[in-house]
Write a protein that binds this ligand. Structure first.
Ligand code: BG6
Length: 482
């Protein structure tokens, strides 16, 4: 008998800005993601394309025609959704994680009524999924906000975003509640602490607040917006389940020196706190004390304690790619609050992009979360970003990807055997899409290859990789054949 529950949600994940394309079609306007440009060789100071500053933004606007903006293209799901969903069905998907582009429905974010063609597009996608018995899992915001809101109110720094966002999410719930059962409010809500442009659509240098205060203020607005959305969902769409999401980083102490262990514990608290709030309904004391010690003053939203309490989620979801190693040594340590740590873990291999491969870390994380929260866990992103070679006869032999996924699925199976309540697994970029961090097609995650390069050249034809056939068997056997 399979260790996986019989209704386990096998599938894959995408996001609108990395997948859809059609950025100016049928009334859609640009999002802040559409102003992230591909920088072929990040310079020595490590300029990451996603960390757009206000100066870079102005430069990007002035060179709209010359620069390469891959998120505007995605991989053309907008026109190929039927073919793509048929491929997902061929693999036996039970669930398909996707996001809605806010700017496709409300192009500037301020409109009272949505664009009818945008509304119809998502109806079409959901109907196509249901034709094959695939449940959509919809992320309401996977980073992208209408760029107008970045330009006019500095994105999530402004409390006005709460009003605009809940206007959008209430519309989503009213319109799609009978077609979409599973929802996530924010993709990786903690990512704003790592990249304020990506996660918040804002420029910290434009704020009159200190950087960290500005970021935590914006995160507060997002947490309120999320809780109000969850409350509305629970009141008006009882058939639906709604979750939160963080980028989960399991942190390990560099040594068994208690100082390293303490630093690790603090970093884990820091990583978890948005989920603590969204699952338990209140700020944990560890983060409030962190604010006090760092002189971070938050303008609390009126009635915020009640709002958070009334807006707790039905499940907790995570992306899981790698783990981190924490040291208390000032020469090694990064300040608490930093997001991705790069201290080497000699026990783990790394990917071509330097991400540690750690399936056991997934089992640890699932157990940790199960002990911490009393809700089911949904792994909504995981996967190996790799270089893929396509042969002349259009085959892609991606044994390395199979190996990675096999080990992670085994870890989930073991965690379920440990007693963890895991409801589903949607590996990232199930059809190749524009990768986020470096804004490129070179780093691929999919079971399906898309013929497109970093400049947008290619036919955009889809080809099944070896992992496609392998994952189909995994799903067919409910995780027994790995
Ligand atoms: C997650 C994001 O952080 O990681 C995705 O939710 C992203 O949008 C994924 O694509 C993988 O990161 P990258 O940089 O390899 O695309």
């Amino acid at each position: 008998m399979s260790k996986f529950p019989k209704d386990f949600l096998w599938g894959g994940a995408t996001s609108a800005s990395q997948f859809e394309g059609g950025c100016l079609e049928d009334g859609r306007k640009l999002s802040h993601m559409d102003y992230i440009r591909r920088i072929e060789k990040p310079d020595k100071e490590k300029v990451f394309p996603i960390n757009v500053t206000s100066a870079m933004f102005e430069d990007h606007k002035q060179h709209e025609q010359e620069y390469n903006f891959p998120f505007r293209r995605g991989v053309d799901f907008y026109h190929r959704y039927k073919e793509d969903i048929a491929l997902l069905h061929e693999m036996g998907f039970k669930v398909f994680r996707m996001s809605i582009a806010w700017s496709r429905l409300f192009p500037t974010g301020l409109e009272e009524k949505p664009c009818p063609k945008g509304v119809q597009f998502y109806h079409n996608v959901f109907q196509e999924c249901h034709k094959y018995g695939i449940e959509p899992l919809v992320t309401m915001i996977h980073y992208d906000i209408p760029v107008y809101l970045t330009e006019t109110i500095n994105g999530w720094e402004s409390p006005k975003m709460i009003e605009y966002f809940t206007h959008y999410t209430k519309f989503l719930i009213d319109e799609y509640k009978d077609e979409v059962k599973y929802w996530i409010t924010f993709n990786e809500i903690n990512m704003i602490m790592n990249s304020s442009y990506l996660g918040g659509g804002m420029f910290v240098e434009k704020s009159d607040k200190p950087k960290e205060t500005c970021i935590h203020q914006a995160l507060h607005h997002q947490l309120i917006a999320s809780a109000l959305t969850v409350k509305y969902m629970h009141e008006t769409a009882k058939q639906c389940l709604v979750g939160n999401m963080i980028a989960r980083l399991q942190n390990y102490p560099y040594t068994c020196n208690p100082a390293d262990v303490l630093a690790t514990q603090q970093q884990n608290q820091f990583n978890y706190f948005p989920t603590d709030i969204q699952v338990k309904g209140a700020y944990p004391s560890s983060i409030l004390n962190y604010y006090r010690r760092q002189n971070i003053t938050i303008d609390w939203y009126p009635n915020y304690e009640t709002i958070l309490k009334e807006g707790t989620v039905d499940f907790a979801s995570i992306s899981y790619y790698h783990t981190s190693v924490i040291s208390s040594d000032p020469d090694k340590a990064e300040p608490i609050g930093a997001f991705v740590r790069n201290l080497e873990n000699p026990y783990n291999k790394i990917t071509d992009w330097g991400w540690g491969i750690d399936p056991t870390g997934l089992r640890i994380t699932l157990n940790d979360m199960h002990d911490r929260y009393d809700v089911p866990i949904f792994i909504v992103e995981n996967g190996l970003g790799a270089h893929d070679e396509i042969t002349e006869d259009h085959k892609i032999h991606d044994e390395y990807r199979i190996e990675y996924l096999r080990a992670h699925i085994q870890a989930i199976k073991d965690a379920i055997d440990d007693g963890c309540d895991v409801m589903g697994y949607t590996p990232w970029g199930c059809i190749d899409l524009v990768s986020c961090g470096d804004c490129q097609m070179t780093k691929r995650y999919g079971f399906v290859y898309v013929d497109a390069d970093n400049e947008g050249n290619g036919t955009y034809q889809r080809y099944r990789k070896d992992s496609f056939y392998w994952y189909k068997k995994v799903i067919e056997s409910n995780g027994e054949i790995l």
